[in-house]
Design a protein around this ligand. Structure first.
Ligand code: GLY
Length: 368
């Protein structure tokens, strides 16, 4: 186990303490170079990642206060169970399910189920998916006829909830949703388009497009990353082999196109110059997902290669993007609207923290 990962994990635990000291009941969203957080009162789409980091900190350190914080923040997510957004998956998977799975925490379990129960009602059987919803946290184009690959990760919550609530049909809906998004978002060559519009009555695909990428035809780094993670997780939770194949295909595309530094620019098709923004958060998502894929692969050679790619990616982030205060710098939230284009992003920090937990053998990649 390389010391560099151990040391980085320690720095990030320190950042969890620093973050906790700053928050006054609002959720961290993104931070500036000094480490000062811009927060959201209700958690926006990112509110699960902060309690998620607290659950991980509790697991990697064994310290009681992190578990207490995780639960306090998970409680604050409860009102979001009825928000009409597909991103309830992000909120309740990381905010609450982690506590149920890692600690068998009964309140975390109850909150995760609350998040799943209302969301599952929004399934559109004509389209075979959960739409973004009218209150989805995107720049525009939300509603009942819109879909995004960012939502595939979240349906893993429903697979867990199907077993926990004895509602086997929820698992099927989650699987249909993930499969429909292969048609919506995954291109023939393994690159990913973020979003799609469909007819809510017939389910027919109308167009593919992007909310945050360079163009509708380009490959936004986070779309690619969310697909790799979403299908890796859906394989992990369901055992369905096609999800692992999709995850690997998208991962292969990433590895073939990422710069030799291993850290992606914000969009794979953005013109590259000295000032082009990277996205450390997309890269962290991918690193965490590669560790899951490696854990799932049976072929020894491919498994070794994917694991080595994951380790090299984490190393690149730690060496070039993680500062001495445990801040993962230079994530790009939205270049299109110039929002937080060189910042610490709470989800990027979450995934690097998770990957470090796995690489230091404190967390099992295939468990969460
Ligand atoms: N909508 C999720 C993201 O911006 O990555």
């Amino acid at each position: 186990m390389a010391d560099i990962f151990q040391d980085a994990l320690k720095l990030m635990v320190g950042r969890v303490d620093e973050t906790a000291a700053q928050l006054k009941g609002a959720f961290p969203h993104f931070a500036d170079a000094k480490g000062d957080w811009t927060t959201t009162p209700d958690g926006d789409w990112t509110g699960g990642f902060w309690p998620g980091m607290c659950w991980l900190a509790a697991r990697v350190t064994g310290t009681v206060r992190y578990r207490r914080w995780a639960l306090e923040w998970a409680e604050r997510l409860r009102p979001r169970a009825t928000s009409d957004t597909v991103f309830r998956g992000f909120l309740f998977y990381y905010g609450a399910l982690l506590g149920a799975v890692l600690f068998d925490d009964p309140r975390a379990r109850e909150i995760a189920l609350e998040g799943a129960r209302d969301w599952v009602k929004t399934y559109n059987p004509n389209a075979g998916c959960f739409p973004l919803g009218d209150a989805a946290e995107e720049a525009s184009d939300v509603g009942q006829g819109e879909a995004s690959v960012d939502s595939v990760q979240g349906v893993a919550l429903l697979v867990w909830a199907a077993a926990a609530a004895h509602e086997p049909a929820w698992r099927d809906l989650a699987i249909y949703h993930a499969r429909r998004h292969i048609e919506f978002c995954i291109r023939e060559d393994g690159s990913v388009c973020q979003s799609a519009s469909f007819d809510p009555q017939t389910g027919v695909l109308r167009k593919r497009y992007t909310h945050k990428g360079f163009t509708n035809e380009s490959t936004w780094a986070r779309a690619q990353a969310w697909a790799i993670l979403g299908y890796a997780l859906m394989h992990q939770w369901t055992g369905e082999r096609d999800f692992l194949r999709v995850a690997l295909k998208c991962a292969d595309w990433w590895l073939a196109h990422v710069p030799s530094s291993r850290v992606a620019y914000w969009d794979f098709d953005a013109p590259v110059g000295p000032d082009t923004e990277h996205d450390s958060s997309a890269t962290a998502i991918t690193a965490a997902a590669l560790l899951k894929i490696a854990a799932a692969l049976k072929d020894v050679q491919t498994r070794r290669e994917v694991r080595a790619a994951a380790e090299a990616t984490v190393r690149a982030l730690v060496e070039g993007y993680l500062d001495v205060h445990g801040i993962l710098d230079r994530g790009c939230y939205s270049k299109r609207i110039n929002l937080a284009t060189r910042n610490e992003l709470i989800w990027g920090s979450y995934y690097l923290f998770e990957a470090l937990g796995v690489l230091t053998r404190k967390i099992e990649a295939a468990k969460i």
